[in-house]
Design a protein around this ligand. Structure first.
Ligand code: G16
Length: 539
């Protein structure tokens, strides 16, 4: 083991989901190593435990895996499990940590952000429960990164990441495992594969899954084609590429536009896509887009049709900006519904404590207690299982849901690449308005309450302050405003708009929310502070 001298970097504070920066930033001497050592210091070193390492296969993934393995050996881990080729989707990494009772894992991904030498890279730590590090731990990692003077490295030869098997490296067991099989087995244990096989291989139901040249391709092929008998052409863009084919592996209407036109033009029954690291999902029917907030609600409402959840749900949770469609299902079923800050890490305690089974976010994330990450393919399988059980189409399932529960119109407007100082000033000005906002009337929208969301974790009592501005109106409408914690350059403003309706259920979301959007513009002053007239991405 060699001790390498280093000096701290001041910019290694983890964001919503680990540390995300440009690849070239990570490639500076000692940058990756410093952060990895900060993680190991924060968790008290390897302590003869087992570490899982894998990533979404983006540019710099392989080099980073080699470095992490060499550092993990030097830091006292006794076993290291690596996905073949350095590949593990985020939910698969969570599954592997849990299945082999590991002490934790390091996942390499910048999620839906683009990949390549000039694009993004990311790294995060997941604990023994398989879930993202808690805020307390990420704070500790940051503190360690600011005080680092050296890191530990073993001078080992590069591992053959492609060869499945077990190596002994300086007395440490390094296992290269099949990236897919543990996860596929878990999926088979949850869903009604015979019913789904009849649906997918029967020839009447047509669908397309777009892996967006990202990590989910091999998982989707194994599960949908090999195990469920779907035609080979139903999974597209299934080979993971280091630059995701030059695209944003972001499953939304903008970046998965090809899938949307394929489904609509060919009259397919179902379409789905997942992101760079396989934890996000988008669901569409024929000419029918399912908003992620609605998807979470409809899955919760129908969960008992899925064998793995036939006993019912313990409770449910959603992030604060996510629409309240889930709350209506919970109320009808007598379930507790928790409201957490943005970030999957906040669901972990609730699941571990047995309080919830399903949870999700507006940012195309849905998941359950089967792992401790959101899970794109799992959400797709939930939909397919429910469609197979009910014989409904995507649109009819969703429309029936609205008939029963009413509809929460929801949209998110993103303004990307803003000047950070201007964005901070804008948020400060909005913050200062909040105390006197109640009672104000904006073109008929009367403010009921306005605050900064704070979350008290009911399990460990920890409090997370300032998790986004909430403005609730007396007519049930809501505006939420926050800055993203996952960008790698400048600031991204997210404006979330939602409103409940129980008539005219088929209305156009953007048109129906336009008056609320106008109120948001007035309140936030995006154009005045940043010069931007319109959002870059609307989902
Ligand atoms: C991460 C987090 C999610 C969060 C999303 C967006 O997802 O795990 O909980 O909703 O970022 O966060 P923000 O609004 O701060 O950009 P992913 O898929 O990027 O890892």
């Amino acid at each position: 083991m060699t001790l390498i001298n280093t000096t701290p970097f001041q910019d290694q504070k983890p964001g919503t989901s680990g540390l995300r920066k440009k690849v070239r930033h990570f490639q500076q001497p000692h940058y990756l190593e410093n952060f990895v050592q900060a993680i190991f210091n924060a968790v008290g070193g390897g302590q003869n435990g087992c570490l899982v390492v894998g990533g979404d296969g983006r540019y710099f993934n392989r080099e980073a895996v080699q470095t992490i393995v060499a550092m993990a050996i030097a830091n006292g881990y006794k076993e290291i499990i690596v996905g073949q080729g350095g590949i593990l989707s985020t939910p698969a990494a969570s599954c592997v940590i849990r299945k082999y009772k590991c002490s934790g894992g390091i996942i390499l991904s910048a999620s839906h952000n683009p990949g390549g030498p000039d694009e993004d890279f990311g790294i995060k730590y997941n604990g023994a429960n398989g879930g993202p590090a808690t805020e307390q731990l990420t704070d500790k990692i940051y503190a360690e990164s600011c005080a680092l003077t050296s890191y530990k490295l073993s001078a080992i030869e590069a591992i053959d990441l492609d060869l499945i098997g077990t190596l002994d490296v300086e007395g440490v067991k390094v296992r290269i495992i099949d990236s897919v099989s543990d996860y596929a087995e878990l999926m088979e244990s949850l869903f009604d594969f015979p019913a789904m096989r009849s649906l997918l291989s029967g020839g009447e139901f047509s669908f397309c899954f777009d892996a967006m040249h990202a990590v989910t391709g091999p998982y989707a092929k194994e599960i949908l084609i090999n195990r469920l008998g779907a035609p080979a052409e139903s999974v597209i863009n299934a080979t993971p590429e280091e630059d995701f084919g030059g695209h944003h592996p972001d499953p939304n209407l903008v970046h998965a536009a090809d899938l949307v036109s394929k489904v609509n033009q060919n009259g397919l029954d179902f379409g789905a896509a997942s992101d760079g690291d396989g934890d996000r999902n988008m669901i569409i029917g024929n000419n029918f887009y399912v908003n992620p907030c609605d998807s979470l609600a409809v899955l919760a409402a129908n969960a008992t049709l899925i064998p793995g959840y036939a006993q019912g749900l313990a409770g449910v949770a959603r992030s604060m900006p996510t629409s309240r469609a889930l709350d209506r299902v919970a109320a009808a079923q007598g379930l507790n519904c928790y409201e957490t800050p943005t970030g999957w890490k906040f669901f972990g305690n609730l699941i571990d404590d047995g309080r919830i089974t399903f949870c999700g976010e507006e940012s195309f994330g849905t998941g359950s207690s089967h792992v401790r990450e959101k899970d794109g393919l799992w959400a797709v399988l939930c939909w397919l299982n429910i469609l197979a059980s009910t014989g409904e189409s995507v649109a009819s399932l969703m429309r029936n849901h609205w008939q029963n529960f009413g509809r929460d119109l929801f949209t998110r407007h993103d303004y990307e690449g803003l000047d950070s100082a201007q964005a901070a000033e804008m948020m400060k000005a909005l913050d200062e308005k909040l105390t006197n906002l109640a009672g104000s009337n904006f073109d008929g929208f009367v403010v009921e309450t306005a605050d900064q969301f704070a979350y008290s974790d009911p399990v460990d009592g920890s409090v997370s302050q300032r998790q986004g501005v909430r403005i609730l109106f007396t007519n049930g409408a809501r505006i939420v405003v926050r800055l993203s914690g996952t960008g790698t350059s400048g600031a991204t403003l997210r404006v979330y708009l939602d409103r409940f309706i129980n008539e005219d259920l088929e209305c156009d979301t953007q048109a129906a929310l336009a008056p609320l959007s106008a109120v948001a513009s007035k309140l936030i002053g995006v154009e005045a502070f940043t010069g931007r007239k319109a959002p870059d991405v609307v989902t």
